[in-house]
Design a protein around this ligand. Sequence first.
Ligand code: FAD
Length: 298
Amino acid sequence: MNLWQDYIRPKNLSEAMDAFAHAPRPLAPIAGGTDLLLDLEQGRHSPVQTLIDVTSITELTLLELRGNELFIGASVPVNCIVLDPLAGAHAQALVEACDLIAGPQVRNVATLGGNVAHALPAADGTIALLALDVQAEIASFAPAAVLGGVNTRRIPFKDLFLGPGKSSLKHDEELIVGFYLPLSKINQASCFKRIMRPQGVALPIINVAIWLERKEDAIKDIRIAVGPGGPTPWNATEAEKTLIGKSLNDETFNAALEVLLAQVGFRSSARRASADYRRHIVSGLFKDVLETAWQRAG
Ligand SMILES: Cc1cc2nc3c(=O)[nH]c(=O)nc-3n(C[C@H](O)[C@H](O)[C@H](O)COP(=O)(O)OP(=O)(O)OC[C@H]3O[C@@H](n4cnc5c(N)ncnc54)[C@H](O)[C@@H]3O)c2cc1C
């Protein structure tokens, strides 16, 4: 049985708007297809009549500086992010995360937009973006079809997520256009690492991304993201508060770890790890990522 009946490949947002307005429903956007095709084949995604391929929509394929921000289009394959010097300069945690997604074949087609729209709480690119204080640009087609234009708006990254595998996007009306990241300044740095089963090429057991800014010997500001720390991509907000204004040493690390463990909502997943195991291994990974970001920002 075919997984879809109609396949449309718009070249720009205007053509995509036409497709969203007129294509037979139900429909879904497809980028690299590395999540969606498996979900369709294995019945985890409801059947679709039309797939709208977003990989040729020019506006979604750009990676460029825009004023004092870095824009990364939703359809940029994660391997291109790994190789991009702008991403390397301003989004080191994201580059490290993208470099660990799956194997080389998947990385050549898998996109950052697909990683985020799938809304898994430990998706590697998603956890890195969460630590980098990103905003998402969304194109919305329903009202635009009436007005004859494309509506775009920016939302805080966290507003994209409702629950495990459930984004706030309306799949037959909205697309992620891309992500806006603040440019990295002096004394700011980020880091991403994960713990994975040996030879694993899927979601990690646990991942941590940290962005921080140093002022001399103290942490001026920090964002800590842990996957899967809750039903949606999760920030360790209490640990962040504990560390701001402090120098990094054993005492401050242990205090931050204690509040992180009190706040985090690890769950057991049948194919990856138990909640208890995640609680056990998070301390070493958290320390490693925090120390690396601290040293990079110095
Ligand atoms: C073997 C294997 C290993 C993997 N390993 C990892 C891993 O280590 N880490 C990890 O995080 N992930 C991993 N994944 C999952 C997957 O590869 C990534 O999540 C990938 O980034 C998904 O991107 P895609 O372009 O293939 O998305 P698709 O499969 O095309 O789409 C995924 C979802 O996003 C929607 N979508 C896509 N683009 C947009 C858009 N612009 N706007 C709105 N909705 C959109 C689709 O409708 C669909 O619901 C792995 C997958 C496989 C098959």
